[in-house]
Design a protein around this ligand. Sequence first.
Ligand code: PLP
Length: 453
Amino acid sequence: DKINEQGTQVFRKKDNQFYLHPWEDLGSFGGNDRTVAVGGEGIYLFDSEGNKLIDGPGGMWCTQIGYGREEMADAIAGQVMRSPYYSPFNLTSDISVLLAEKLARLTPGDLNTVFFTTGGSTAVDSALRLVAFYNNCKGRPNKKRIISRKDAYHGSTYLSASASGKTRDKNYQDFATDIISFIDSPNPFRKPRAMSVEEFRDLKVKELEDKILELGPDNVAAFIAEPVMASGGVVVPPVGYHRMCLDVCRKYDVLYISDEVVTGFGRLGHWFASEEVFDIIPDIITCAKGLTSGYLPLGACIVSDKLMAEMGGEQAKGVIFSNGYTYSGHPVACAAALKNIEIMERENILEHVREIEPYFLSKVKELEDIPIVGNVRGQGLMACVECLLNPEEESPLELDYEMGSRIDSQCQAMGLIVRPVINMNVMSPPLIITREQIDEMFKILRRGIEKAM
Ligand code: PLP
């Protein structure tokens, strides 16, 4: 699929002229030199100049089963010919019902009711609207405030963006709405050196309790958290953190929303990480991304039976949860999700992730000896390497904002994409990655960091 040099330039020019990308740096709009993706196979992407690149970030944390799966193409095309659309407002569809049932079976505890969305942002937006609606149903109209965490990312609708605490990103525009409050991120790398991880964890959990008390428990509806913060820099919380946060939430009748948009569908070696990895059964799980391995856009907000029962019943007749999308439960996206899950089951992809995780993380750890590497961290097949101007400094205040991009450019020239986030590079390769491919990936990454120093 090689497009010649001239063709690449034409696409780049048009890209600059017509295409406003997500999180576009408006200062360089019109002057970008983006790689033009034209194909893919397994963990590799092909660009318009004929280069083969390892897809280090797995697209955007989502290409679990890898590119080029004919079965996915067949499932998608088959559904397009059979029934490409129905209105979810007044009809249903066999394929969407089957996926809802499947998701109910994969989620922990009594999380059995599935609301389909168009992606992660709309899943989070729906979850936040649902908890407000829930408290209206319960006659507690003041219980609407949401607690989120600094460095969290929950999406790009107005509400999900306002629940995102991207404080370290100088370009982030504040989308604050006054119902969202923030507590600190539980990033052990940011703890004072003299403090133990357990002390740090207890302090961060106490911040949640203090925030609930400050706002007043009667005003706080929910706490939202990613099991492992993804684009905030793969923040793996101290052991026990989520469990303790859930206990605090239960104490004050605050709902717990686990945003598994990234951690769901095998990223941490399980369908969902909440229960299997972090020992919590939340009230709501949001998911997207790996649900279809990125083949089509789809998300879901999955709600507990308890919540559904409390909102429903006789007294709720005529009370409408006025939230929904033209493409909720889109049958073609649902067909893609069902086929994706079938492939993951058949190929034992969750087991593969659990098996290869220690090797992947050991390779991440090996990067620590590079002088500018301040911290490496990861869990499952998610990892981050954080480079610093002065790694010896206790609390690094000054960041090199171009560091991540420089490393990515160096790596791309050698055949690897590693997503830059300020001074960090994050990785979440397709879950089918092999040991040899992990070796290839880290060999390039090491050289890329060294060249970018
Ligand atoms: N939640 C988390 C944890 C995410 O990482 C993202 C996207 O990266 C979202 C929500 C938003 O998902 P989407 O981009 O599909 O709207």
